[in-house]
Design a protein around this ligand. Structure first.
Ligand SMILES: Nc1ncnc2c1ncn2[C@@H]1O[C@H](COP(=O)(O)OP(=O)(O)OP(=O)(O)O)[C@@H](O)[C@H]1O
Ligand SMILES: [Mg+2]
Length: 727
């Protein structure tokens, strides 16, 4: 229901009282129905109403818009709002109009008829909009700047609000060159207060924003970045049989909840959206490849709950405000912690519990690294200062990798990346690493095996596959910074810019064939697209690939076994074993078991065997090496698979030792002299303990540590580190 406008003058009749809390709360209740201000809203509002500049850092969903919407209602005149996305402006203006608040926006998407009506109104003796939303590009045009100056001279311009102000900083994660031109606002309109708002600014970005906008003695308001109602979780694609199926069942089991799924590429959006729809989930794709009409209709349908799930590229980002988003899923790893924070911040804006789910894949990581490096070389070609930026984007991305691959509280990692030091207890088990530490430690162990094997591979697989023909790819990612924006024309700006930029940059490199570097980049971009297109186009091959354990992975596992055995040898003192052959033996055991199950099973076997080696005692280890695995006909096993028979794994000289640990395991006091006789092997193998599963391992370990605290303190640094991770 629309309400008639209420100004502070109506309430108080007295200009002096208009910035008092009581009057402002009345405005808030009347127009927005909220009982009180949140966080630092009131301080920001009072500062700007008193004519002071203000820099306001509030978390995503914290209510920054209110900091300029209330001032717009408190005084006659106009609040100018600079916003980076047309979709965002449209959205806010529509919501304000529904509340009976006069608001307009100016953008290239409007018809000239609509635009000229707004301009006429602005030129009139009494302009009607209380809030006028514009793009930074429009501000940069001389015509519009003189219009603003005229409005100001007539005493109608109360405040300039720069929303998503981090876009002004080249160090910000979503830099927009057009934002830099906003510095002219202070020169042309020196006495109009400026309010800069952002949710994502590390300290040097904050400084940059304040300097670039020439804020004078601003009131700096900072709130914690913590989004306590978001539960953070990472799922590992490499450990899942099918991430599509997994996501689909997560969504189904969560009920018909509202969700945003972010993907790197448009083709993934389309494919995933089709998959989810087939599984009965109400969803649609949203990306820059769709025309404006279709995009608006998807946004409208989603905002009005006609559809619950949007599968989108980052074109669907900053400022999107549907209150009841319960799940934000990143189906590909984002490029930086700031981007991740912004996007996951779309969840739970009603302050109710919600979930951030990130699907992390080692291939995705490699792909992002590749793109960041390629875009870095492209940039450094034009300007050496860009080189620093490309290094920065890689180090920004590394924070995201650490978020996924590192152990410890995810919330703490997010907050620390913004320079906020917090105790781990702050999380209150609201991330997977705090809630299920053992499980997450297990996943991380398995992932580290996969990562090692990828590292062993040297340069990205993309390069290996890049000899394929050049594709005229339609598969674009939309995460690029917007620093390639071509001109200052307002026409350049829309929320589809991301996609346009990629098209432009590809086109550019096509044109400048003379440049060797450009050629290379173009080739690599295409090769990369080709690689991923091929990868997703052939489902059959894909399925086979998914379960294949490459020689490289096997080699890397052997290497890990070798390292673990070396450590065990040091830890256990007098253990004489053939290291290389034993490593091959353990790897082969895992590989044979994998034959029966999937790739995940292999990784999990390798991980649990490694854990076992790291914690086991001499006798268990020796017995394991002496044991024959159940006989397998010689001809079914390729020779190179099992180069060493178990009997050759122990060094030739007999070792005499007494191990008290063995007593508890085999139930009798044993002083044993190992020989390699087959008979003896057979009798020993009957007494062998199986390599424990992960939960058995943890429980056994807990019991051991409880029984013998001194011993656990004396363990090697490596095992103590692991113990910390498991607890
Ligand atoms: N004082 C308040 N009490 C209750 N709800 C509020 C209050 N202020 C704002 N909100 C609501 O909080 C939600 C988030 O507000 P808003 O869109 O302004 O967040 P934001 O800080 O701009 O976030 P982002 O950085 O993600 O754009 C909105 O739905 C808004 O209506
Ligand atoms: Mg906002």
């Amino acid at each position: 229901m629309k309400k008639s406008p209420l100004t502070v003058q109506n309430i108080c009749g007295n200009e002096k009282k208009t910035t008092g809390k009581e009057a402002l709360v009345k405005l808030l209740r009347w127009h927005f129905g909220f009982s009180d201000f949140r966080g630092k809203q009131l301080e920001a509002i009072q500062a700007v109403l008193s004519g002071r500049d203000c820099f306001c850092l509030m978390p995503t969903g914290g209510g920054k818009s209110m900091c300029y919407q209330i001032p717009a209602l408190a005084k006659p005149g106009i609040v100018l709002v600079v916003s980076p996305l047309i979709a965002l402006m449209e959205n806010q203006v529509m919501a304000l109009k529904e509340k009976g608040i006069a608001a307009e926006f100016l953008s290239s998407t409007q018809t000239s008829n609509v635009k000229s009506k707004i301009h006429e109104d602005l030129d009139s003796g009494k302009p009607s909009p209380r809030l006028l939303y514009v793009t930074p590009e429009l501000i940069a045009t001389p015509g519009f700047m003189s219009k603003l100056t005229r409005i100001h001279t007539r005493g109608f311009l109360n405040l300039i609000a720069i929303d998503e102000a981090h876009c002004i900083s080249t160090w910000g994660h979503d830099f927009r060159p057009s934002y830099r031109k906003l510095s002219s606002l202070r020169n042309c309109l020196p006495d109009v207060p400026i309010l800069a708002l952002t949710a994502t600014a590390v300290p040097n970005v904050q400084k940059d924003v304040i300097q670039s906008l020439c804020l004078q003695d601003p009131l700096v308001l900072k709130s914690s970045f913590n989004r306590s109602n978001i539960y953070y979780e990472v799922r590992y694609k490499d450990l899942l049989d099918d991430a599509y199926v997994d996501l689909s069942s997560v969504l189904k089991s969560s009920g018909d909840v509202c969700a945003i799924i972010y993907c790197l590429e448009r083709t993934t959006c389309d494919g995933l959206s089709a998959h989810l729809s087939k599984n009965g989930i109400s969803c649609a794709a949203y990306h820059a490849g769709l025309n404006n009409k279709l995009r608006s209709s998807v946004l409208d349908d989603w905002m009005s709950s006609k559809i619950q799930v949007v599968v989108a590229t980052v074109a669907f980002g900053m400022g999107i405000d549907r209150k009841d988003v319960r799940i934000v899923c990143h189906f590909n790893v984002p490029k930086s912690m700031e981007a991740f924070y912004q996007e996951s911040g779309r969840a739970g804006r009603d302050q109710l519990p919600c979930r951030s789910l990130l699907y992390y894949g080692v291939d995705d990581r490699k792909k992002m690294e590749f793109i960041l490096r390629s875009s870095g070389s492209k940039k450094s070609e034009s300007s050496s200062s860009q080189d620093g930026l490309s290094k920065k984007s890689i180090s920004d991305f590394n924070q995201m990798v650490e978020y996924c691959e590192g152990s410890g509280c995810r919330r703490k990692k997010i907050l620390e990346s913004f320079g906020e030091q917090v105790p781990a207890s702050l999380c209150k088990k609201s991330c997977d690493a705090c809630k299920h530490p053992n499980l997450v430690a297990k996943y991380l162990e398995e992932i580290s095996i996969i990562c090692t094997s990828h590292r062993g591979n040297g340069i990205s697989r993309i390069f290996i596959n890049s000899s394929a023909d050049v594709t005229h790819g339609e598969q674009f990612s939309e995460f690029w910074n917007r620093d390639d924006e071509a001109g200052t024309s307002e026409e350049d700006i829309s929320d589809s810019d991301d996609g346009t930029e990629v098209v432009k940059s590809l086109a550019k490199s096509k044109l400048s064939r003379k440049s060797g570097v450009n050629d290379k980049i173009e080739f690599l971009q295409r090769a990369e697209e080709n690689y991923y297109r091929n990868k997703s186009s052939d489902k059959q091959v894909n399925k086979l690939d998914k379960n294949a354990i490459s020689e490289m992975v096997r080699e890397s596992s052997k290497q890990r076994f070798l390292n673990a055995l070396k450590e065990a040898q040091q830890r256990l003192g007098n253990l004489s074993i053939e290291l290389e052959a034993s490593a091959a033996f353990f790897e082969n055991e895992c590989y044979k078991k994998y034959g029966k199950s999937g790739k995940t099973f292999y990784y999990s076997q390798v991980a649990s065997t490694l854990r076992w080696i790291k914690m086991t005692n001499s006798s268990e280890l020796t017995n394991r090496l002496l044991s024959s695995t159940p006989a397998r006909p010689e001809n079914t096993m390729p020779k190179e698979e099992h180069p060493e028979k178990p009997s050759r794994l122990l060094e030739k000289k007999p070792i005499k030792y007494t191990d008290p640990e063995l007593h508890s395991n085999v139930g009798s006091e044993t002083t044993m002299c190992i020989s390699q006789s087959k008979t003896q092997n057979a009798s020993l193998s009957a007494e062998l303990l199986a390599i424990p599963s992960f939960s058995e391992f943890v429980n056994r370990k807990k019991t051991k540590d409880n029984n013998n605290p001194c011993k656990s303190e004396n363990q090697s640094p490596h095992s103590s580190k692991k113990r910390m991770r498991l607890q």
